[in-house]
Design a binder for this molecule. Structure first.
Ligand code: CTP
Ligand code: ZN
Length: 151
């Protein structure tokens, strides 16, 4: 039998987040909090450059710089492609943000952010290749993967 390669279809207008570190695709979709738009998610796809990757296609949505910075937090390797009329008109990566607010819960159960209606706020730090988040309220530091998303 002839082997066929199935690929997800191209989109007309919107955003393709490519080269997402395998395992981070769903988290990225959640933190973007996109609502009712058409989203195609590919998990553990083969990639020539990075082994396995996740990929997210979002139709009719163009991300804000803040969205792009949040993506970097969970996958610095991710490329954001802006698609207009089927063409890639822009392709970029975003530096790690200095801080992140609102999208993540502090994992310290006694943190004041759980008792007051304040949005969470973390300083982002990189240490030995790990992305760490330091809560500005309780000052505790967590690995990126220890902190749950609020959406
Ligand atoms: N893409 C899409 N719809 C389009 C155009 C592109 O879904 N109308 C997707 C492609 O499938 C790919 C990503 O957007 O996953 C980037 O497209 P392109 O730059 O053409 O692919 P590559 O050259 O493979 O990208 P890179 O060099 O970043 O790996
Ligand atoms: Zn805290």
């Amino acid at each position: 039998m002839k082997e066929k390669t199935l690929s997800v279809s191209a989109i007309k207008d919107g955003t393709v987040i490519d080269h997402i570190a395998a395992g981070q695709g769903l988290k990225i979709v959640r933190i973007l909090n996109l609502g009712e738009v058409r989203i195609t998610i590919g998990l553990n796809l083969k990639s020539a450059s990075v082994g396995l990757k996740d990929l997210v296609k979002i139709e009719g949505v163009f991300l804000t710089p803040q969205d792009a910075a949040h993506i970097t937090l969970f996958s610095p390797s991710a490329t954001v492609n802006v698609i207009e009329n089927y063409k890639v008109v822009k392709k970029f990566t975003t530096p790690l943000p200095e801080s992140v607010s609102g999208i993540l819960y502090c994992s310290h159960s006694q943190c004041i952010t759980h008792f007051e209606t304040v949005p969470s706020l973390f300083a982002v730090e990189k240490s030995n290749g790990l992305i760490l988040l330091r809560c500005r309220y309780c000052e505790k530091t967590f690995h990126r993967d220890e902190v749950k998303e609020t959406v």
